[in-house]
Design a protein around this ligand. Structure first.
Ligand code: CA
Length: 171
């Protein structure tokens, strides 16, 4: 596990992030986030790598969410002003979990973040399933329904850039 994490950090530092990605931040409602209105999914360049991949900004709204490939996807949530959205399609109806690993900073201090999981309704709205805040591994359990899309929102209250890895759930 230690070796995998250090490799992940190296990738993240190469990719970095762009401050231009924050342009859509005001479209995210603050306060009650139990349900997001219906949105139009934006077609972005597909992730070239099957397996480990890196987030593609902008991903600050559900419509710009990056797909979680089989394996995992790396990202950096850039302080409390950034939001990173991901989605995946459930390939089976099972009880499973959505996992994220929040990395430590370069000085070895743990960094904290929040994972929030949503399900996509048939009318295109998102309903919050649950969330978890903390350091290192955080997860949300859910009952996946085959064929349905699920959305993962990554945020942090830290003023630092928090690197993380979102795992493709076990189905
Ligand atoms: Ca973002």
């Amino acid at each position: 596990m230690k070796k995998m994490i250090s490799g992940f950090l190296g990738l993240t530092m190469i990719v970095g992030f762009s401050s231009a990605a924050f342009a859509n931040e005001s479209t995210i409602a603050s306060g009650d986030d139990s349900t997001y209105p219906k949105f139009v999914k934006i077609q972005k360049p597909s992730l070239a790598v099957i397996g480990d991949a890196d987030e593609v900004e902008p991903n600050n709204t559900p419509g710009y969410a990056d797909e979680v490939p089989e394996g995992n996807i790396n990202g950096v949530v850039s302080g409390s002003g950034d939001i990173d959205w991901f989605f995946f399609n459930a390939t089976d109806s099972v009880s499973t979990s959505a996992y994220v690993f929040f990395q430590e900073d370069s000085a070895g201090n743990n960094l904290s973040g929040t994972i929030t999981l949503y399900k996509e309704n048939t009318d295109g709205t998102l309903t919050r399933i649950g969330s978890s805040t903390g350091e290192e591994w955080e997860y949300v359990d859910f009952n996946a329904v085959e064929g349905k899309n699920y959305y993962v929102k990554i945020t942090t209250s830290s003023s630092k850039n928090v690197p993380y890895m979102v795992e493709y759930p076990a189905f």
